[in-house]
Design a protein around this ligand. Structure first.
Ligand code: ADP
Length: 173
């Protein structure tokens, strides 16, 4: 039994996962678990892929490394994939979405190569991560939220914060 919920914040790179997770962690006391950081720090990978410009993640090792923390509850898991996490670990899956133009500008600002930028734009338009979340978890726990501007982000954070409070009340015993 967890005393605080575990939440996945997922979506295409650039949608605002890290920004949302950091603010939420600050406001709620839950812990921001940046999977990118864990993969790097704990070497849960089989090297760097030049083609994808990312680590080739060793998912079994990653799950082993985070298992105790996540089972204790209160984690905000920030990553672009979600279907590797056991369903029993997760209470809410937030899929952040943005318009193509906004995503283009954010990824361009990060100096993404054109091919990688297009790949991510296609993935966002095709709702790849939303579908992945809906296939991996019960639909009732998957929430799609837009994150085009700071007003939307503020409203998303308020909404998730209220959800966390309600979860704690419901699980108080
Ligand atoms: P991710 O973790 O999904 O890759 P980030 O949180 O790093 O995305 O956000 C990417 C960029 O977009 C950052 O510069 C961040 O400040 C900006 N950003 C994220 N969400 C919003 C938002 N809702 N409104 C305005 N800017 C945002």
């Amino acid at each position: 039994m967890r005393s605080a919920p575990n939440i996945i914040i997922t979506g295409t790179p650039g949608v605002g996962k890290t920004t949302h997770s950091e603010i939420l962690a600050e406001r709620t006391g839950l812990r921001h678990l940046s999977v990118n950081q864990v993969v790097k720090d704990k070497e849960c990978h089989e090297g760097w892929s030049d083609e994808y410009q990312s680590w080739i993640v060793d998912e079994d090792k990653l799950l082993d490394v985070i298992e105790d923390d996540v089972k204790a509850g209160g984690c905000i898991i920030d990553w672009h994939a979600c279907d590797l996490f056991p369903r029993s670990w997760i209470d809410l899956v937030v899929v952040l979405r943005v318009d193509s133009k906004t995503l283009y500008d954010r990824l361009e600002a990060r100096n993404y190569a054109e091919s990688k930028l297009q790949e991510n734009l296609d993935s966002e338009i095709m709702e790849v991560l939303l579908q992945e979340a809906r296939e991996a978890f019960d639909e009732e726990i998957v929430v799609e939220l837009t994150s085009n501007d700071s007003e939307e982000m503020e409203s998303n954070i308020d909404r998730i914060e209220s959800w966390i409070k309600q979860w704690k009340t419901d699980h108080a015993d």
